[in-house]
Design a protein around this ligand. Structure first.
Ligand code: ATP
Ligand code: MG
Length: 428
């Protein structure tokens, strides 16, 4: 016998017993997006490597060390998507979705990053992603944030707080960048290796350092919000005023820079103190330069992405994770005639009660073993059919919860009897 094959490290199986909160999260997200007029877009998991290099930036963690990149059989360099925005912009451009139009879009699915696997950080993880393209803001910036706040309420989650910052324009950032290089450059001895490397290529990322030894140095650094151009400062004021009016509280964090190069003006992150080190559950920002950077006409845009694994974990911790669904009715079918009649009866039940969850016993077995399976299925009712019952045109309906109460009814009356029982029983 061969050795059993293990899953790839950092890539998780989602087992049936764990699906409940995932389904609830995704359902709540779909409902929320449609209420705000956002429409779904589905894209390939693979894109040309070039797309991510040109959008995310060569000197970011993602492009430097986290991408799953390989040559396909035709020798083309492809990459499993590490995030969704680049692909969405690419799709908008390749399909002409930004010609005299604006787009409010969402998508969800797996992303891939070669990171060190740990709690809340995986190599295949899942994001729900929202983008508004063609909108200058700050109205749409506020809308996107209100949408996330509504999603937390809908999921019953608490203790998620909003951090907000503005990165200005590329021009104002260049001025700030020079100030930062000056500040960190004159203290180069105190920098860790990562930060020293970033000093030349991407000094803003030093502010994002997760090394506690760097904290004090980072705290003394000049603030980006003191270097905003007038238009960006007005944009930021506009966003804050709208959030204030809507009663959404936030913390200004001038050191929030985000790990991708394409951001400008608004950036934000929703964080929680319940998840330990992996505390960001949803992050986003404006990327006014990205569409032009990828070859389109300049189009302002903003988006956010939430990490489904982290939200699901939060749902569990806060006891907001619904259990998966069980069967409601289990058909016990002993004998060939019963099996065949049962298959038809199950279809009639589904016709009569479209939301009813009916499981038929497949693969035979004795009455006793089938009743055990019925019990394990979580169903409240068993419908029992043997060949003898089929001959007489009756079925037995047995309660699996209240001490085995049971009665015989004509086969034709089974749907109406179950409908009546269901109307009385507490829903689950
Ligand atoms: P972090 O600072 O935790 O590395 P990030 O800034 O790299 O996050 P984004 O690229 O903005 O994250 O992705 C949006 C969200 O996706 C994050 O807020 C987080 O919830 C989730 N996320 C990112 N990377 C991972 C991962 N490797 N595993 C699980 N979730 C992730
Ligand atoms: Mg990261």
């Amino acid at each position: 016998m061969g050795e059993s094959i293990q899953a790839v490290r950092g890539m998780n199986d989602l087992l049936p017993g764990e699906a409940g909160p995932w389904q609830a999260l995704e359902r709540a997200a779909r409902e929320t997006f449609s209420e705000y007029g956002y429409r779904e877009i589905r894209l390939p998991l693979l894109e040309r490597t070039e797309l991510f290099k040109r959008s995310i930036g060569e000197y970011t963690d993602i492009v430097e060390k986290e991408m799953y990149t390989f040559s396909d059989r035709g020798g083309e360099s492809l990459t499993l998507r590490p995030e969704a925005t680049a692909g969405i912009v690419r799709a908008c451009l390749s399909n002409g979705l930004l010609h005299n139009q604006r787009q409010k879009l969402w998508c969800m699915g797996p992303m891939f990053r070669y990171e060190r696997p740990q709690k809340g950080r995986y190599r295949q993880f899942h994001q729900i992603d929202v983008e508004a393209l063609g909108y200058e803001g700050p109205d749409v910036d506020a809308e996107l944030i209100l949408m996330t706040a509504r999603l937390w309420r809908r999921l019953g989650l608490s203790g998620i707080s909003l951090q907000l910052n503005s990165l200005g324009t590329p021009e104002s950032r260049a001025v700030y960048r020079a100030r930062l290089v000056e500040y960190f450059g004159s203290r180069a001895d105190a920098l860790d290796d990562d930060s020293r490397r970033r000093l030349d290529v991407n000094p803003l990322r030093i502010l994002d350092s997760k090394n506690p030894a760097m904290r004090e140095l980072v705290a003394g650094a000049p603030l980006i919000t003191d270097h905003l151009d007038d238009a960006s400062a007005r944009h930021f004021d506009g966003l804050r005023a709208r959030l204030d009016e809507a009663g959404v509280s936030y913390v200004l964090n001038p050191r929030l820079v985000r790990g991708l190069d394409y951001y400008s003006r608004t950036v934000f992150e929703w964080i929680t103190s319940d998840l330990g080190a992996q505390d960001a559950v949803c992050s986003g920002g404006r990327y006014d330069g990205l569409v032009a950077q990828l070859g389109g006409d300049p189009v302002p845009a903003i988006g956010w992405a939430l990490g489904e694994e982290r939200i699901v974990e939060l749902m569990r911790l806060q006891q907001r994770a619904p259990a998966g669904t069980n069967a409601e009715v289990y058909l016990v079918l002993a004998g060939e005639a019963a099996e065949r009649a049962g298959l038809r009866l199950a279809e009639r039940l589904r016709d009569a009660m479209p939301a009813l969850r009916v499981e038929t016993n497949c693969g035979g077995g004795s009455f006793k073993s089938q009743l055990k399976r019925a019990d394990r299925s979580g169903a409240r009712l068993a419908v029992i059919l043997g060949d003898d019952e089929v001959g007489r045109g009756v079925a037995t309906i047995k309660s699996l919860r209240e001490d085995g109460a049971q009665r015989q009814v004509p086969l034709d009356d089974v749907p109406s009897t179950i409908a009546a029982e269901r109307a009385e029983a507490p829903t689950d």
